[in-house]
Design a protein around this ligand. Structure first.
Ligand code: NI
Length: 170
């Protein structure tokens, strides 16, 4: 496994659409998934899309647990149902110094393939629904700063290393 470089604000790849994966068992795809998980945990994030490490494939990893105990891998994911809205504080590993409020669905149902190619369906609410919505946006070339509620943007200095997992970072 290896830590990959996270693409940041200004990198045009973040605005591009990702393509479906049709060779999930391929060792390169499996290695990418392992690397994405490691990279997300190292960066104290709750989610990461493949495009954020420069690969335009429909793969996201998410873990919203503070003890990093529940890694979720979604391949070719689609939100099949959304319910309600939540106004939430959010950040993104590709925008390390920006935080803002955005509107996300309160609940989602997502259908995807797992890393073994098996169909999965997850019903999510609160932070997990937020993270799924945020990561699936990445696959469509949409980033959270496109959705900021006006007047809520905070730009912070990144001068100290945060050791605690930052639940706002997707
Ligand atoms: Ni993000």
């Amino acid at each position: 496994m290896a830590i990959r470089t996270i693409r940041e604000e200004g990198d045009e790849i973040l605005g591009k659409k990702s393509r479906e994966v049709d060779n999930i068992q391929d060792s390169k795809i499996q290695e990418l998934i392992d690397d994405m998980l490691e990279t997300m945990y190292k960066a104290n994030g709750v989610g990461l899309a493949a495009v954020q490490v420069g690969i335009l494939k429909q793969i996201v990893v998410i873990d919203v647990e503070e003890d990093c105990s529940n890694p979720i891998v979604l391949i070719n994911p689609k939100i099949t149902k959304e319910k309600g809205t939540q106004e939430v504080e959010e950040g993104c590993l590709s925008f390390p110094n920006k935080f803002a409020k955005v509107v996300r669905p309160a609940e989602v149902i997502v259908e995807a393939l797992d890393r073994n190619g098996k169909k999965i369906k997850i019903k999510a609410k609160e932070l997990l629904a937020q993270a799924i919505s945020h990561e699936l946006d990445h696959l469509n070339g949409i980033v959270f700063v496109d959705k900021i509620i006006p007047g809520t943007l905070e730009v912070v200095k990144q001068n100290d290393n945060t050791v605690k997992k930052d639940l706002k970072n997707n």
